[in-house]
Design a protein around this ligand. Structure first.
Ligand code: GDP
Length: 325
């Protein structure tokens, strides 16, 4: 039976990957942080998942976990997941999103040497590594030139993925562009907008306070991105893969689509306020990926478009409000 180890199992991607793996009869192990409030609900929903409490900053503990679980596939989704938060905690971000990834790859390499069988690693790299890229769309050869602490930490982990690939470890560096779902926390702009749109639709009034309305992002459907990572883990060779839809929309367009879907109408301007405090020190204007390599080599393609993503997220938030009232 295939055995997988997922770090960051309580997050959006970890949850979708867990469901996918359980459906195919795979043994699932997950690293959860001490005191993570999402652990209890995950354990209750999926009692067959083996949860291991630990800390990404405990290098010896991480190495022991990899040795003891001895996974066939290791998915590293853990770390600081928010660019905004990384400005508040830049050093912690380096430790958890950068160094811990290297510890996991070193541990996987030692396991592979010990057992003499392939240990496939997937590093969830991020489009944020590209920073203010000179050209669009970005692909695997775009220079890595981060402009945020989050991007810099992810860049280090991504480079280490290449280093360990050179040593003979199967590592896929999946360069994920923004990927959304109803499971996104509202620290991300998409969920913040859909939750607020549902509230405004219910109350008949209210507004969404946002930062940069002109930022243009390539927003995809999270389960599609999880599918890409599984394909990359099982591909004959490791490598870097950009995972993206190739189309962009502005934050303003997202807000407009969400408010319209919620039934607020076309007067979306009346419900959006710009808050200067929410502008970031540096914020890439456009992020858009070219996933041709993943399409060609992994047979991957996105299955859910922008309007459908917005609609599903708004519907979910409206349903939550109805259930709560
Ligand atoms: P990120 O790309 O991983 O940082 O994902 P986010 O969803 O946090 O941000 C996407 C874009 O939305 C960035 O360009 C932000 O500057 C922009 N943005 C505009 N207003 C907001 C806001 O209120 N919250 C967040 N999180 N982002 C915002």
């Amino acid at each position: 039976m295939t055995r997988v180890l997922i770090t960051g199992i309580t997050g959006q991607d970890g949850g979708y990957l867990t469901e996918r793996m359980l459906a195919e009869g795979t043994e699932v192990h997950g690293l959860v942080h001490y005191g993570d409030s999402a652990t209890a609900s995950l354990a209750a929903a999926y009692p067959e998942v083996h949860l291991h409490a630990g800390d990404l900053a405990d290098h010896a503990g991480l190495a022991r976990l990899v040795r003891n679980v001895a996974p066939d596939e290791l998915y590293n989704f853990a770390g600081i997941s928010s660019v905004a938060f990384s400005w508040q905690e830049p050093i912690l971000t380096a430790e958890l999103s950068g160094v811990a990834a290297a510890v996991l790859m070193q541990s996987a390499f030692e396991l592979q040497e010990r057992d003499g069988r392939r240990v496939a690693c997937v590093q969830a790299s991020s489009s944020e590594m590209f920073g203010e890229a000179d050209h669009s769309p970005q692909d695997e050869s775009t220079p890595v030139r981060p402009v945020s602490p989050y991007g810099a930490a992810k860049a280090y982990a991504h480079h280490m993925a290449g280093v360990y690939r050179g040593k003979g470890l199967h590592v896929a560096g999946c360069i994920l562009f923004n990927h959304e779902s109803p499971r996104r926390p509202d620290t991300f702009v998409t969920r913040k907008i859909t939750a607020a749109a549902a509230q405004i639709a219910r109350d008949g009034s209210g507004s969404i306070r946002l930062g940069n309305l002109d930022a243009r992002r390539d927003w995809g459907w999270a389960p599609d991105y999880v599918d890409a990572m599984v394909r990359a883990a099982r591909h004959e060779a490791g490598g870097d893969f950009v995972i993206a839809t190739g189309t962009t929309h502005t934050v303003a367009e997202f807000a407009q689509a969400a408010l319209r879907h919620a039934g607020v109408g076309d007067a979306w301007h009346d419900h959006v306020e710009v808050d200067q405090e929410l502008l970031r020190p540096v914020d890439a204007t456009v992020m858009v990926g070219d996933a041709s390599k993943a399409r060609r080599e992994l047979g991957w393609r996105p299955t859910v478009g922008f309007a459908e993503i917005v609609g599903r997220m708004v519907d979910h938030d409206m349903q939550l409000l109805r259930a709560g009232s």
